[in-house]
Design a protein around this ligand. Structure first.
Ligand code: 2P0
Length: 354
């Protein structure tokens, strides 16, 4: 049947983002609504990103997805929520060259195939779900000619993974937790674009690229249920830090930025330790990196490097400029002699798999 032979494809690339004021804890698990605002920096897509190709064809009889070449199930609620929200906003699509015409109504019965690749370790605390869901939602929206701005798309990506909503913009981005019960105002907003503070150099010290054992989602739930610190953090600490961090970013005030970033990472890990049972994301190497950076920043008088750690032991190090980045690499090379290739953006400690 000739009419079954066409395939229409879209490919998109989305970088991951690293929170400098962390999201940890939900008030609604299904819609993925956070208990506090968060702020992140989106990385350069050349280094840590997801590339996703989405395809539609009348020959496809079900939605399917492959992640890094391996088929994964789309039956989970998060995928279903994203697919449903995008499909509901689909529009007419026409490709004259190929002689393809898809009407708004057709999308209800058409199935998609999704192939997604991460150029970095999946689920090793390097925010792979952030880039992954942002890219899935963005590429599907392009394929289906969805006419929504990035803010509305961010609210859909958020339903795939909270941190994903922040990956639809470059530069520094705020995820506003919102007030509405339906999550309509829980969206990402761009603070400044990537050109605003382009002196910063981000170095990721991969301490361990193994996959983590438990998902952030279930640990986050346990933290909200058992930690007294997390409530204090969400209500008292983060709202003040968000204001201060926005100001530091606007002014490119590296000293304040570093103070807030390091303190917020440390409080997030303290809340993990305050969870029952306690969660240890950082290891001895992570702790040694913190000591090394703290000592250096103190000895210089003005901070040279900020550190932040997510749900894993890997260090994200944000250097003031290229000079401090070079000095940081020297220090890392001295304290953690590498046995693998190194470059400025993916310095590897004791692990050859990246
Ligand atoms: C963040 N993290 O703000 C925080 C800091 C890790 C530590 O968002 O359940 O994968 O999918 O919304 O976004 C990791 O959690 O969790 C995370 P879900 P997500 O980047």
């Amino acid at each position: 049947d000739e009419s079954q032979k066409w395939v229409l494809m879209v490919t998109a690339q989305t970088p991951t983002n690293i929170a400098v004021i962390k999201y940890w804890g939900k008030r609604d698990e299904n819609l993925i609504l956070a208990i506090n605002d968060s702020i992140s920096v989106t990385l350069d897509p050349a280094h840590l990103c997801t590339t996703t190709t989405v395809a539609v064809s009348p020959a496809f009889n079900q939605d399917r997805m492959w992640l890094n070449g391996k088929e994964i199930s789309l039956s989970g609620g998060r995928y279903q929520n994203c697919l449903r929200e995008i499909r509901a906003r689909a529009n007419d699509v026409e490709d004259e060259k190929k002689g393809i015409k898809i009407t708004k109504k057709d999308w209800e019965n058409l199935h998609v195939h999704v192939a997604s690749y991460n150029n970095f370790p999946t689920a090793a605390g390097l925010a792979s779900s952030a880039a992954g869901f942002a890219c899935l939602v963005y590429s599907l929206a392009k394929l289906m000619n969805v006419q929504e701005d990035n803010g509305r798309l961010s609210a859909i990506a958020r339903q795939g993974s909270g941190s994903a909503c922040r990956s639809l913009y470059g530069g520094f981005v705020k995820w506003v937790m919102g007030k509405e019960e339906n999550g309509s105002d829980s969206i990402a907003v761009p603070l400044v674009d990537e050109k605003h503070w382009d002196e910063l150099v981000i170095i990721i010290a991969v301490v361990c690229s193994r996959q983590k054992e438990t998902s952030s989602t279930s640990v986050m739930r346990e933290t909200v249920e058992t930690s007294a610190l997390i409530e204090h953090r969400a209500k008292e600490v983060v709202p003040k830090r968000i204001i201060q961090m926005e100001e530091a970013i606007q002014k490119c005030d590296f000293a304040t930025f570093t103070h807030l970033t390091c303190a917020d990472s440390n409080q997030f890990h303290a809340a993990c330790l305050d969870t029952s049972p306690p969660i240890f994301y950082m290891n001895d190497t992570s702790h040694r990196i913190i000591s090394c950076v703290e000592k250096w920043n103190r000895s210089e008088g003005t901070p040279q490097v900020a550190y932040t750690f997510d749900a894993g032991p890997n260090a994200v190090l944000i250097a003031r400029n290229r000079t401090s980045a070079a000095l940081l690499l020297q220090r890392l090379l001295f304290h953690f002699p590498p046995n693998s290739e190194t470059d400025l953006n993916s310095y590897v400690i004791g692990d050859k798999s990246l």
